[in-house]
Design a protein around this ligand. Sequence first.
Ligand SMILES: C[S@@+](CC[C@H](N)C(=O)[O-])C[C@H]1O[C@@H](n2cnc3c(N)ncnc32)[C@H](O)[C@@H]1O
Length: 291
Amino acid sequence: MIDAEPDGLSPEDYATLCGFLRERTGLSFTEAKRYFVDRRVAARMRSVGAADLTVYMNLLRFQASGEELQRLVNLMTVNETYFFRETYQLDCLVNSVLDELVRGRPAGSRLRIWSAGCASGEEPYSIAIMLLERWGRVDDYEIELLASDIDSAVLERAREGVYDERALQGLPAHLRVKYFQPLRGADEDGGPRWRIMEELRESVDFSLVNIADPRQVRAFRGIDVIFCRNLLIYFDDLGRREAAAMFHDALAPGGFICLGHSESMSRMSSLFIPRRFPDAILYQKPDGGTP
Ligand SMILES: C[S@@+](CC[C@H](N)C(=O)[O-])C[C@H]1O[C@@H](n2cnc3c(N)ncnc32)[C@H](O)[C@@H]1O
């Protein structure tokens, strides 16, 4: 059978490009991802008229605006997500974690929750809905909901807050009616679309942040709960350890981190204490006192 695709990068070029992406983004592409990477890089090289990888790498490295690097990064990320994904952790947040965190804190004080690697926004919006629906003390505290991603295109979609049926299928029907408005006009597959209500869109502060870049993460301090789910699976062991240390710095003492179901902090770092709650296991930054 004749392969209609171009031959792709040579082994040396593939190693150069993946090394560069690893250094800039933390994303680790093994040989198994070659088809995925080759296709995307070939498309970008065609689009900017780069004759070979050296020319293209120069553009990635030295373009003052960083625009091409951002475009490539946007193509290299996996943005799969949906509302109420891994709900047991959201249950854990409203059933156990928040009450523990606010114990002894006066009403009116601040609580900071960060969704790192939020993709198109389903995760932080799910957290916002959970808090409104299920945490009785939601009005007693000043809750800051921060959300970030390395992919500028998904962040744009997160800010717009328009979702299709697939994104919403895990959301109980009464919550769809309560927090979403149906939009006129179908999505590209002919299906219906909904927009999350403005009040919720305004409740989340979205920003472009690469968690593999310590300078960008330095702005996040005193966080009470970090959600970093289904992101570190794309990092290698060293990248995961560095990310864990960085999250440790960003958390307030006693703060918690939630990882995806296939990710285990114990394999990444010994900086955290695993905490088993009735709904889920979370990892806690020690606060010097008893948990
Ligand atoms: C599979 S999605 C997970 C979304 C959501 N957290 C969830 O669990 O449903 C992974 C997200 O991590 C983002 N990501 C990958 N590398 C990143 C990095 N270095 N810094 C920030 N975000 C990154 C991707 O752009 C993507 O949107």
